[in-house]
Write a protein that binds this ligand. Structure first.
Ligand SMILES: NC(=O)c1ccc[n+]([C@@H]2O[C@H](COP(=O)([O-])OP(=O)(O)OC[C@H]3O[C@@H](n4cnc5c(N)ncnc54)[C@H](O)[C@@H]3O)[C@@H](O)[C@H]2O)c1
Length: 334
């Protein structure tokens, strides 16, 4: 209960990971303010939490960010234009993904914020030379999203070194689980595969399916965020957040079909321009040793939890169509 009565700002708090974080913070007794422009976020994700303050606005608005940072003990930056949006509009990506954390840090340097936690991504490594990937391995941006996330990290380090802003950086690896809406056209592969099979369709695999990823359950990622905020040892540090296990997309599709009770052959389609990472698995020894964080949810358990949640949302029978219709503020619909 270390967050009891602490004032906490969560940018992107209506999104997938942000909303699970807000949930936990409220449980911990924090006074939470969410700043979100609802681009991919949904108010429903946090709408039941009457005790939080919701501000509909953008991290690109420095005046607003500054006003909110001024009254915060902790700031968690999860606002993001994700990789697909970012590839379509690198300018927007730069403004939100780099500009957002810049605004937060620029405000935090003038106020006694206890910690700014920046959620970065393992995409900053590009195609790794060695596996598992260590935090001090070479960084190489293969797309504007990776460039803007890396740039956000650089600003965290620069503001920590120059102005003494207390920062911590987490590089998330493929987070999945509850609140990752498959209707969101930018959601991850796990939600997409589940929604495919729950509609009675085969999973759609981009490429040969031999590409690998390290999948992290959302509640484990949230726990890492909390530890990074509270531990004095996290200050000025960067941590990988994953499991250390490598899973191929083909294997993932099989697991998902087993859990959802479907037995069909996946359909293979062309790779997209963002599918340029062949293998990925991260070394999590640093966060394990420094923050005593360890993932607690295995992939099969996490997939089961995700399936149970999706099944509670989808009033559909095996093989039938009829996904819940959800509208996103940016005009996307299931
Ligand atoms: N999901 C993953 O697998 C993954 C992997 C690596 C890193 N991350 C990082 O985790 C964080 C959260 O990602 P997510 O998966 O929950 O994404 P998400 O799209 O579900 O959530 C992002 C939230 O930010 C909000 N947002 C977008 N632009 C905004 C703006 N200008 N101002 C305020 N709010 C804005 C969106 O409406 C949404 O609620 C991001 O920093 C992302 O880079 C996620």
């Amino acid at each position: 209960m270390k967050f009891r009565n602490k004032k906490v700002l969560v940018t992107g708090g209506a999104g997938f990971i942000g909303s699970r974080l807000v949930d936990r913070l409220v449980e911990e007794g924090a006074k939470v303010t969410v700043l979100d422009d609802l681009f991919t976020g949904r108010k429903e994700n946090i709408g039941y939490l009457t005790e939080i303050e919701f501000v509909n606005g953008s991290v690109t608005d420095f005046k607003l960010v500054s006003k909110l940072v001024k009254k915060a003990d902790y700031v968690f930056n999860l606002a993001v234009r994700n990789i697909i949006v970012s590839t379509a509009s690198p300018q927007l990506d730069f403004q939100v993904n780099t500009g957002g954390i810049f605004n937060i840090l620029n405000a935090a340097k003038d106020y006694p914020v206890e910690r700014v936690v920046y959620t970065s991504s393992v995409s900053v490594y590009g195609n790794p030379k060695y596996l598992p990937i260590n935090e001090d391995d070479r960084l190489y941006s293969l797309n504007p999203y990776a460039a803007s996330k890396q740039s956000g990290e650089n600003y965290c380090n620069a503001f920590h070194e120059t102005y003494g802003v207390s920062t911590a950086i987490l590089r998330f690896s493929n987070v999945y689980g509850v609140n990752q809406m498959p209707q969101n056209p930018y959601c991850g592969v796990i939600s997409k595969f589940f929604s495919n099979v729950m509609e009675g369709k085969p999973p759609l695999i981009h490429g040969d399916g031999l590409q690998t990823r390290d999948f992290t359950y959302v509640d484990d990622a949230v726990e890492a965020v909390l530890k990074a905020a509270l531990s004095p040892k996290a200050e000025g540090q960067t941590f990988n957040v994953g499991t250390g296990f490598e899973t191929s997309i083909n294997h993932l599709a099989q697991l998902i079909m087993q859990i959802a009770g479907y037995d069909v052959d996946p359909v293979y389609v062309d790779k997209r321009d963002i599918d340029n990472i062949r293998r990925r698995v991260v070394n999590i020894e640093k966060i394990r040793r420094t923050l005593r964080w360890t993932p607690t949810v295995t992939l099969s358990k996490g997939l089961e939890k995700t399936y149970e949640w999706l099944a509670s949302l989808y009033p559909v029978k095996k093989g039938s169509k009829g996904l819940l219709k959800v509208t996103f503020s940016n005009g996307f619909r299931a």
